[in-house]
Design a protein around this ligand. Structure first.
Ligand code: UD1
Ligand code: MG
Length: 420
């Protein structure tokens, strides 16, 4: 039988410790909102239908997620079990698995979620928990296992005995459940705990008491389940993600001179033997070829496509730039909305004037051209191949192939003027 695989993202929380006018969930890591990262990760894990439980500052969360998810509403924070129950109307006619994710746990890997779902299906478990081993488990729910290693229940820190507090296996708050058995168990929850809430975690004991099989996957990389509660944690997770992405590119043959000071956003492709010098930022979806040299202090913005052997030097910003093989933008330039042909050299200080206050326009430069230093290219403008622009020019008209363009005042020397 075809199984539904769904996800519920808990996104109703307040996030008081952020000290922000904004919902915690719309704060960004590498340009992408926390909650959006979680939803995208769910979709990358082959989960098609995602339900977000929203509450506090819901309009901000909904603005970010749009129609990529369905919404359930939780008006009062009565606990994680209560939150999931708000999604009941989307779940009651479904059969299969439901993955519970937290909107503020943003760097979980899709591979981990897939592993959780697979174990749940393969082992026929009604609840599969994602757990972790923490040296300092303070604050987390503890996993209680019997002597055979079977999971019995989860005890929250605030309800735990001193003995239970010594347990190092913690609940990440991420689970995969059988949809129908979860709904049945949620209805049996009681708020008889120290916080007077309906705990989602109590579902485990309820299922075990019914004789329904439960299990766990222990996460390999503990950083995946870290949450964001304040701005220090936001910075920490940004750093972890930065390391993860930089490492990925290095493993794929890219040289990064300074792993701490290179900022590569999501879904960037970089060819082998490209060297990235320090203080370089590369935004989402950029594609860079092989054997390129980027930086130091370069800013490669969205929409850039660099062929092989391209050089982008220091203090260069490029945006929506399509750059041909072997072309160079070595220093102090802004090249936006442009095409630069193969082997063309862009002199120091060249600027594309791509914005007139209303519209963005394109600059097209043919191959084997030479743009002299400190040139302004007023777009829209097209420079032919093998063209040559004199330094200091402000180019407002197209330049034919093989031509020299000079667009500046002629120099006048006034002999002896300074002696008078
Ligand atoms: C929860 C787990 C705990 C686990 C920890 C991992 C419970 C009872 N405990 O504890 O075992 O170790 O997560 O981080 O589930 N939320 C709502 N509505 C509510 C309550 C919470 O949407 O009524 C959301 C929060 O915004 C948050 C998530 O659910 O995104 C978890 O809630 P939180 O209060 O942080 O639970 P913990 O006490 O940390
Ligand atoms: Mg929490």
């Amino acid at each position: 039988m075809e199984q539904d695989i769904m996800a519920v993202v808990l996104a109703a929380g307040k996030g008081t410790r952020m000290k922000s006018n904004k919902s915690k969930l719309v704060h960004k890591i590498y340009g992408k909102e926390l909650v959006k990262r979680v939803v995208e990760t769910a979709k990358k894990s082959n989960i098609e239908e995602v339900i977000a439980v929203v509450g506090h500052k819901r309009e901000q969360v909904q603005l970010v997620l749009g129609d990529t998810v369905k919404y359930a509403y939780q008006d009062e924070m009565l606990g994680t079990g209560h939150a999931v129950l708000q999604a009941e109307k989307f779940l009651k006619n479904k059969n299969g698995k439901i993955v519970i994710l937290n909107g503020d746990v943003p760097i979980i890997r899709p591979e981990t979620i897939k592993k959780l779902i697979k174990k749940s299906i393969d082992n026929k478990e009604y609840a599969t928990l994602l757990t972790a081993i923490y040296n300092n488990p303070n604050g987390y729910g503890r996993i209680i296992r019997d002597i055979g290693g079977n999971i019995k229940e989860i005890i929250e820190e605030k309800d735990a005995t001193e003995e239970q507090k010594k347990i190092k296996e913690i609940n990440s708050g991420i689970y995969c459940f059988d949809i129908q058995e979860l709904l049945k168990a949620l209805k049996k929850l009681k708020p008889n705990n120290s916080q007077g809430e309906l705990y989602l975690t109590d579902v485990i004991k309820i299922m075990n008491d019914e004789g329904l099989k439960t299990g766990a996957v222990i996460v390999e990389d503990n950083t995946e389940i870290l949450g964001v509660n304040d701005r220090m944690q936001l910075e920490l997770l940004t750093k972890i993600l930065k390391m993860r992405i930089n490492q990925y590119h290095m493993e794929n043959g890219v040289t990064i001179e300074d792993i701490d000071n290179t900022y590569i956003y999501d879904d960037v492709q970089i060819g082998v033997d490209t060297v990235i010098h320090p203080n370089t930022t590369i935004k989402n979806d950029v594609v860079i070829g092989e054997d390129c040299e980027i930086g130091p202090n370069a800013y490669i913005r969205e929409g850039c496509r660099l062929s092989n052997k391209v050089k982008i030097g220091s203090f260069v910003e490029i945006k929506k730039a399509i750059i041909g093989e072997g072309a160079k933008v070595p220093h102090l330039s802004y090249m936006g909305d442009c095409e630069i042909g193969a082997k063309t050299n862009i002199g120091c200080g060249t600027i594309t004037c791509n914005y007139d206050g209303f519209n963005k326009s394109k600059t097209i430069i043919g191959e084997h051209s030479f743009i002299g230093s400190n040139t302004n290219l007023v777009a829209p403008v097209t420079l032919g191949k093998n063209s040559f622009i004199a330094a200091g020019s402000t180019i407002t008209n197209d330049v034919p192939d093989d031509s020299l363009a000079i667009a500046r005042q002629r120099q006048i020397n006034k002999d002896g003027w300074n002696k008078k």
